[in-house]
Design a protein around this ligand. Structure first.
Ligand SMILES: Nc1ncnc2c1ncn2[C@@H]1O[C@H](COP(=O)(O)OP(=O)(O)O)[C@@H](O)[C@H]1O
Ligand SMILES: [Mg+2]
Length: 369
C-alpha cells in the first residue's frame, strides 16, 4: 500500500501524484456506478482507464473533475481534495468537451479565439494560440468552417484543442476516439502524445484495448464500478496468461486433431484463425507453473506425437484483448457471490446495454457548474 501521510516539506521528490483516490464511490439509486475505486496516477504520464460501456469510467472522471460529488471515499488531484478544494482542482484540470464548450455555429477559429478571450488572453495572444492549435491539430484548412460541418474526427480534435487552450496540468480525455475511423484515431493519438510531451498528465478512458496499449503507461481495468486489475501493460499481460501459442499446420485437415491436442495438453482456450491451417491457444497463466516456453515446448512435442505436421510455431505475449477477456470472464465466473448486494445484473439493466457501439458521447456537455 502507499503512504497516506502528506508531506508538507515540499521538494519534487514528494510531489503528490496527479490523482489519488481511496475507495471512491458514486451511487445512482441502487446502482453503485463507482464502487470503491483506488487509483494512483503518477504525474506526467498517460494513465488508461479501460472498461466496457457502463463500467463507471465517465462517472469516475466526473468526480475527479469536480463535476459530480462522490458518495463515499475520497479523491485528490495534485494533493487537493476534489470536494473540499474543488476550486484548486478546477484550476489545474481540463475535461474535453465539458469546460470547453465548442459552439457548432461558430467556425473552428472563432471558437478557439472566443474561448481564449474568455480565459483572459489578450486579443493578439488568443489569436496566436488559436492559430497554433489549429495548425498543430491539422485544422488550419478548416479554420474558417462552421464546426457543425466538421467530420467526427475534426470535431473531436477541435474539442481537445479547446480543452488545452490553457495548458492544463491534468487533462481528462473521456473516450476521445470512440466512433472515429482509424485515421482520425491515429491523429487523436498523436495529439495525446504531444500533449503529454509538454508535461500534461492525461487520464484517458477507453473501451479500446489497443488504444490503452498504444498510449498508456499504466492501465486500470474497470468493470461494474470496480478496479479488476491495474498495472503496466506488461504486468497486466503477465498477470493473466503466459502467452499465446500460434500454430500453423501443414494440412488444414489436421486442424481438428490439433485443436484437441492443444486443448487437452495446454488446458487452453483454442481459437481457430481465419486462415484454415492456423490456430491459436491462449495459455492460462494460472495453470502453467512451468512457464510459457516450457508449456509451448510440451504442446509442440504432443502435436508431433499425434502425427500432426507443424510448419510454424510461435509464442507471444497475450494481447490486451485476451487479458481483458480473461479478467472479465474470471469475474463473471465468481461474479454472483461476493458482490451480493448490488444484486441486479452486472449490466444494471441500463439503457446502455446491447449494441455495444453507442456509448455516451465523450464530448457530452453536462451543464458545467
Ligand atoms: N446521471 C446518472 N444517473 C443514473 N445512472 C447513471 C448516471 N450516469 C451514469 N449512470 C449509470 O452508472 C453506470 C456507469 O455509467 P458510466 O460512468 O457512464 O459508465 P462508462 O462511462 O464506463 O460507460 C451505468 O450503469 C450508468 O447507466
Ligand atoms: Mg462513459
Amino acid at each position: 500500500m502507499t503512504t497516506t501521510d502528506t508531506d508538507t516539506t515540499s521538494g519534487p521528490a514528494t510531489d503528490p501524484p496527479a490523482i489519488e483516490t481511496h475507495q471512491l464511490v458514486k451511487v445512482f439509486g441502487t446502482n453503485r456506478a463507482v464502487d470503491g475505486i483506488d487509483l494512483r496516477v503518477p504525474a506526467g504520464t498517460v494513465y488508461g482507464v479501460l472498461g466496457p460501456n457502463g463500467a463507471g469510467k465517465t462517472t469516475a472522471v466526473r468526480m475527479l473533475a469536480t463535476l459530480l460529488r462522490p458518495d463515499g471515499g475520497e479523491a485528490r488531484v495534485f494533493g487537493k481534495d476534489v470536494v473540499r478544494d474543488a476550486d484548486a482542482v478546477r484550476a489545474r484540470v481540463s475535461l474535453t468537451g465539458q469546460y470547453a464548450s465548442v459552439d457548432e455555429d461558430l467556425t473552428g477559429a472563432e471558437n478557439l479565439l472566443l474561448l481564449g478571450r474568455l480565459l483572459g488572453h489578450g486579443k493578439a495572444a488568443a489569436r496566436q494560440r488559436a492559430a497554433e492549435l489549429l495548425e498543430a491539430f491539422g485544422l488550419a484548412d478548416a479554420a474558417g468552417r462552421q464546426v457543425k460541418n466538421y467530420s467526427g474526427g475534426m470535431r473531436r480534435r477541435i474539442d481537445i484543442a479547446a480543452s488545452i487552450l490553457n495548458t492544463p496540468d491534468l487533462l481528462f480525455l473521456d473516450e476521445p476516439t470512440t466512433g472515429l475511423d482509424p485515421r482520425s484515431r491515429n491523429q487523436v493519438w498523436d495529439i495525446v502524445r504531444a500533449v503529454v510531451a509538454q508535461g500534461t498528465t492525461v487520464l484517458l478512458t477507453t473501451q479500446y484495448l489497443d488504444e490503452a496499449d498504444q498510449l498508456a503507461a499504466r492501465i486500470a481495468v474497470i468493470d461494474h464500478g470496480k478496479v479488476i486489475a491495474e498495472g503496466t501493460k506488461g504486468e497486466l499481460k503477465a498477470s493473466v496468461g503466459s502467452g499465446s501459442v500460434h500454430v500453423r499446420l501443414r494440412e488444414a485437415g489436421q486442424r481438428p486433431a490439433a485443436e484437441r491436442v492443444l486443448t487437452s495438453v495446454l488446458d487452453a482456450t483454442v481459437t481457430l484463425d481465419p486462415d484454415p491451417v492456423a490456430l491459436t491457444a491462449t495459455v492460462d497463466g494460472r495453470a502453467s507453473e512451468l512457464g510459457a516456453a516450457e508449456e509451448a515446448a510440451r504442446a509442440l512435442a504432443e502435436l508431433a506425437r499425434a502425427g500432426i505436421a507443424v510448419d510454424n510455431f510461435a509464442l507471444g505475449q497475450p494481447s490486451l484483448d485476451e487479458v481483458f477477456l480473461a479478467l472479465t470472464d474470471r469475474r463473471t465466473g465468481d461474479g454472483r457471490d461476493g458482490a451480493g448486494p448490488d444484486g441486479r445484473g452486472p449490466d444494471g439493466g441500463g439503457p446502455d446495454g446491447g449494441d455495444g457501439t453507442r456509448v455516451d458521447d465523450p464530448t457530452e456537455r453536462t451543464t458545467a457548474r
